[in-house]
Design a protein around this ligand. Structure first.
Ligand code: AKG
Ligand code: FE2
Length: 243
């Protein structure tokens, strides 16, 4: 057996429930080997170090997708896999109840060591299911609660470690009630069973046995369903922004 599954050996869980992060409520799922090393390499080759990209296009007025143009094949190919995992007997997949029945938008973010993203909520433009595929490096995602006065509680409620090639799915109140962020640091510290919510679902918990992880550049693909799609546009190519 190879240390990592090849593309033909990638097998998403039969039911998503098997991948639930039980320490996090209400609902988050973590699949360590969602894509193969081969697929990871191919996708990274398609991305030429633009920090932020949106596919198939940017949004207008902050919440509307211009035409539901097709996604490029290298992003599209992962969608059937995301939709192949029934949540339960009566819920065929995580996007079954979303307006378009599938993600229609992918945000690509690049995080060189030392960079992160401030704690935030994703807002009302999307259906509240977020599928994040991580490439290139492990990184720690922090989930925060707002304090009663609305201020951010800087101490995260949960920390989720995202290994390369993993899929993290967050849903429901995790989307609406909590903030998520990534610290702008080069080394994630204090990584252990007691502090990492998805510890038992990690591919390689042993690789973090000294409690720290020095980051390399991590790229994330965030798949979501944008609720509003305008009929205009659609023929536009991807829009690139400098961040
Ligand atoms: O890269 C990630 O895992 C998070 C990205 C994110 O939260 C966002 O773009 O809204
Ligand atoms: Fe976000």
């Amino acid at each position: 057996m190879e240390p990592h599954p090849s593309s033909s050996q990638i097998q998403p869980p039969r039911f998503l429930e098997e991948s639930r992060i039980t320490a996090v409520s209400p609902s988050a799922y973590y699949i360590a080997d969602f894509i193969s090393e081969e697929e990871e390499k191919l996708i990274l080759e398609k991305l030429t170090h633009r920090r932020l990209q949106t596919w198939p296009s940017d949004m207008v007025r902050g919440d509307t997708l211009l035409g539901a143009g097709p996604l490029p094949e290298w992003l599209e190919q992962l969608i059937p896999r995301m939709l192949s995992m029934p949540l339960s007997e009566d819920e065929p997949n995580i996007f079954a109840a979303s307006p378009h029945g599938r993600p229609n938008h992918v945000l690509v973010n690049e995080y060189p060591p030392g960079t992160g993203i401030m704690p935030h909520k994703d807002g009302s433009a999307y259906y509240p299911v977020v599928c994040t595929v991580s490439l290139g490096s492990t990184i720690c995602l922090n989930l925060h609660k707002s304090k009663p006065d609305g201020a951010l509680d800087p101490k995260p409620v949960w920390r989720i470690l995202q290994e390369p090639r993993s899929l993290l799915i967050t849903t429901a109140e995790l989307y609406s009630e909590y903030l998520h962020g990534i610290e702008a640091i080069a080394t994630d510290m204090d990584i252990c069973e007691a502090t990492i919510a998805n510890w038992t679902r990690l591919r390689s918990p042993l690789s973090f046995k000294d409690g720290c992880h020095t980051r390399e550049t991590r790229v994330s693909l965030t798949y979501r369903d944008v609720l509003k799609v305008s009929k205009l546009g659609g023929k536009l190519g991807p829009v690139f922004k400098r961040s």
